[in-house]
Design a protein around this ligand. Structure first.
Ligand SMILES: *[C@@H]1O[C@H](CO)[C@@H](O)[C@H](O)[C@H]1NC(C)=O
Ligand SMILES: *[C@@H]1O[C@H](CO)[C@@H](O)[C@H](O)[C@H]1NC(C)=O
Ligand SMILES: *[C@@H]1O[C@H](CO)[C@@H](O)[C@H](O)[C@H]1NC(C)=O
Ligand SMILES: CC(=O)N[C@H]1CO[C@H](CO)[C@@H](O)[C@@H]1O
Length: 779
């Protein structure tokens, strides 16, 4: 199923069957259309499925330097080629022993759970990976050697490195956890115990284990760990902070109802804990709420409080990545999804703002207004901040006590534009599971291309465009990529910008998909342009990958792209910069259009008939009409043959666009065709946009239909067919295209099916439907 979007005016009901969703955001309705192509046939995708049995990948890591993708799966660690996943793979078998499995079964666990699910996979250093698995409810860790040295590529476990994985890896394969590794230290959010009572945020190295307080519901209450990242504050590495994204259960002011909220928590990377109190506990842990909501009437906002996935889009200096959160509603009645974007400066501002305070758990939060001790609780022991302390162990007790009792900030973090950039109902039961984002430089600015995984094997490729003037968001669904044959939840999406590939993990395997396939958008400038895919631009010959000025290709000068508006009319008219020579055949008594459309709408067009050295300006009459698309002969005569020159005049600048040699043919065959085509209006109308038309050379049509008069008006579609459309199969498409670009001037946005893409299944492709190619592996 596919979606499409069109804007809805302010305050209209959005997409809820229960009218829960009302929004001032201009939102987007999703419609359906299906254009299926085989990703495989396109050589755009490969799938790795292991040895037939379900692969069950748990975690994946990209290693650009070794050109490998590491996949932690059930009982196996794979190393796959980034070039082509299903070639040249290596693997490490790391199953639990018989006695471990037996012990696991004895504890009453299912057979399927009693295996070694590799859930933690981090690049430890240039030559080693840190790998941890559930070890049949007995977590285990080891280092794996990777690299290019010696005979072939290395890929093996370091036997001596095998150690207990307790506190590093969950027991249960289904337990949520998140980890990140920085400077040899593993930061991890997980349940550390067999019974899943002890959710904790931890740091491990060989010497110390630092974590959140045990059994402190203020710090963590029933957390679900979703994401984590180390983000520097400034150039002083002692100020580096580790951010964790998770949901928590919170007791509300009445002390009864429990609600799920999304929080971002952070600690200093160099936090050593306290000396007398908070020993081996974070001395800098603070957290706050992330808001992702849509405003409704009567101040009733719809909140998306359940974080499904988070993506940290790094920028150049690493200090100000953009944080993309994929959220769902927690309502049992209505399920909806939203993507919100957060800026680091907003997150930092909240952590620098007031602390939250409440007398008792059942009271409301208020801002803490008394004196805050120094150094400010939550700051790191560093030169820039932290009052000149060299270690958190030196912090005054007062600071530690404060941070222990006030982990929560008063203000929440609001998203960019104070609203989601994307909204989605759970259509047909489809759930959204994962998000990854690529920053793409296009001609009219940079775009964030969102790749959103669903629970039915699809990755949606979407851009969202913010309109400052109207304060609205527009979503453009670019492609719907079905990456696995069987419907299964997407569990992981990794982007390699360097390779322009997407690596997608699900229960059944790992797929690799190229980020774009520009030629799918068709072989016409307008098709390419209207696709609004920031990866693609019209280069004068084909729709191809757009490169910025840096990689400018001189031989392909005319790059045309307009992601923001998709204005093909402006971009694609009069593409020929140098006067093009054309040959047009027509049939005597039939009609013919010599197409010539100026690039600029302001330009005036002049036609000349070349007679030897002489050029005679063509003056229009009843039979020869000068239209905005070119010179239209209603009934071509033999004497009309000749060379026609199309010139434009704009601001006094005369430019020759085209020289057309018109040949006029005769023939009885032609006559009979004309007669049969004149049989009845209905038949004619049906025929005008039919692919079987126009096999004869040159664009042509029944003359009768075109004679302007009271009874027989000029059929728009007939007219469209006339305007020099040489490939008959595309007439229909072309009709629609011109119709649409007309509409476009009224600021309606739409998009077209790629030419040559097979159309199957149900298609609600009325003229208002924005069509999106759907690419699938399914046959
Ligand atoms: C990576 O770490 C391992 C284990 O500590 C060590 O043996 C190896 O030499 C390290 N490699 C590099 C390149 O530092
Ligand atoms: C970790 O520490 C232990 C004891 O302090 C030591 O024996 C071991 O070699 C260390 N391992 C690494 C990888 O540094
Ligand atoms: C530039 O375009 C030409 C012609 O299409 C192509 O052959 C060539 O590989 C391109 N070069 C680069 C650097 O993209
Ligand atoms: C010879 C020729 O091109 N005839 C065309 C004239 O127009 C009619 C009506 O559309 C066409 O059917 C003929 O093919």
């Amino acid at each position: 199923m596919l979606r499409k979007k069109s804007q809805i005016s302010q305050g209209r009901v959005l997409f809820s069957p229960n009218s829960i969703f009302v929004s001032s955001v201009a939102i987007i309705i999703l419609m359906f259309s299906m254009f299926l192509t085989e990703l495989w046939q396109l050589n755009r995708s490969w799938v790795f499925q292991g040895h037939g049995a379900s692969l069950q990948p748990q975690t994946m890591v990209l290693d650009e330097s070794h050109e490998r993708l590491y996949v932690g799966a059930k009982n196996t660690l794979f190393s796959l080629s980034l070039d082509q996943l299903n070639m040249d793979q290596r693997e490490i078998q790391w199953a639990s022993t018989e006695s471990q499995i037996e012990e696991c079964l004895m504890k009453g666990r299912e057979k399927s759970e009693c295996a070694n699910y590799i859930k933690i996979l981090q690049k430890y250093n240039q030559t080693h990976l840190l790998v941890c698995g559930t070890g049949a409810f007995n977590p285990i860790c080891a280092l794996a050697r990777v690299g290019n040295t010696g005979q072939g590529r290395q890929f093996s476990l370091e036997g001596h490195s095998i150690m207990s994985g307790r506190g590093r890896c969950p027991y249960d394969p289904n337990s949520p956890c998140t980890s990140t590794l920085s400077r040899g230290e593993l930061y991890i959010g997980l349940y550390t115990d067999y019974w899943e009572n002890d959710g904790a945020l931890c740091r491990l190295n060989n010497q110390t284990y630092t974590r959140t307080e045990r059994d402190d519901r203020q710090q963590l209450n029933d957390p679900k760990f979703v994401g984590s990242a180390v983000i520097p504050d400034n150039d002083d590495r002692d100020d580096d902070k580790v951010y964790f994204f998770f949901t928590e259960l919170e007791v509300d002011a009445e002390g009864v109802k429990k609600a799920v909220y999304t929080h971002v928590g952070r600690v200093c990377a160099n936090d050593q804990g306290g000396q007398r109190m908070l020993v081996n506990r974070w001395s800098s842990f603070l957290k706050t709420r992330l808001i992702c909501s849509v405003a409704g009437p009567n101040g009733m906002d719809t909140h998306f409080d359940n974080l499904e996935d988070v993506f940290v889009l790094k920028n150049k200096d690493g200090k100000n990545p953009e944080i993309f959160g994929l959220f769902s509603t927690t309502s049992a009645v209505f399920k909806g999804y939203a993507v919100c974007v957060y800026h680091m400066e907003d997150i930092r501002a909240v952590f620098n703002g007031p602390f939250a305070y409440r007398e008792r758990p059942e009271h409301h939060w208020t801002p803490y207004e008394d004196r805050v001790p120094y150094p400010r609780p939550g700051s790191c022991a560093s030169k820039v901040n932290g009052g000149g302390f060299s270690s958190s162990k030196d912090f005054p007790d007062e600071v530690l006590r404060f941070v222990r009792s006030h982990p929560m900030m008063y203000r929440p973090v609001l998203p960019q534009h104070r609203r989601p950039i994307l909204l989605q109902t759970e259509q047909g039961g489809r759930k959204l599971t994962q998000i990854a984002v690529d920053r793409v430089q296009a001609q009219d600015g940079h775009y964030h291309v969102l790749y959103i995984g669903t629970d039915d094997s699809v990755v949606l490729k979407v851009i969202t465009i913010y309109n400052k003037d109207t304060d609205t968001m527009e979503e453009v669904l670019l492609e719907e990529l079905q990456v696995f044959k069987t419907p299964t939840p997407i569990r992981e999406i990794i982007i390699s910008s360097k390779r322009q590939q997407l690596y997608v993990g699900s229960e059944v395997g790992v797929a690799q998909v190229r980020l774009y396939q520009c030629d799918l958008y068709g072989s016409e400038c307008a098709d390419c342009c209207l696709a609004r895919d920031p990866y693609c631009a019209w280069d004068g010959l084909t729709c191809s990958r757009y490169y910025t000025a840096g990689v400018y290709n001189k031989s392909r000068r005319f790059r045309r792209q307009d992601v923001r508006h998709g204005n093909a009319v402006q971009l694609c008219n009069g593409l020929q910069i140098d006067a093009e020579e054309r040959l047009v055949y027509s049939v005597e008594s039939n009609s013919t259009l010599l197409e010539c459309v100026p690039r600029s709408l302001q330009a005036r067009v002049l036609w000349f008939l070349q007679k030897g050295e002489e050029k005679l300006e063509v003056q229009g009459d009843e039979r020869v009409i000068m239209t905005s698309h070119g010179l239209l002969f209603l009934r071509v005569r033999n004497s009309d043959a000749g060379v026609y020159v199309c010139q434009t005049v704009e601001h006094g600048y005369v430019h020759t666009l085209l020289r057309i040699s018109l040949h006029v043919l005769r023939g009885e065959r032609v006559e009979s065709v004309i007669h049969s085509a004149n049989d009845g209006e209905g038949q004619k109308a049906a025929a005008t946009c039919h692919p079987s038309m126009g096999r004869l050379p040159g664009p042509s049509i029944s003359p009768r239909a075109l004679v302007p008069g009271p009874k027989s008006r000029l059929w728009y579609k007939d007219f469209l067919q006339l305007i020099g459309y040489r490939e008959a199969q595309k007439v229909e498409e072309y009709c629609e295209r011109v119709w649409c670009s007309n509409k476009k001037r009224k600021k309606t946005k739409r998009k077209y099916a790629p030419a040559g893409v097979e159309k199957r299944g149900r298609s609600r492709a009325d003229e208002n439907t924005h069509r999106v190619p759907r690419h699938t592996l399914d046959t």
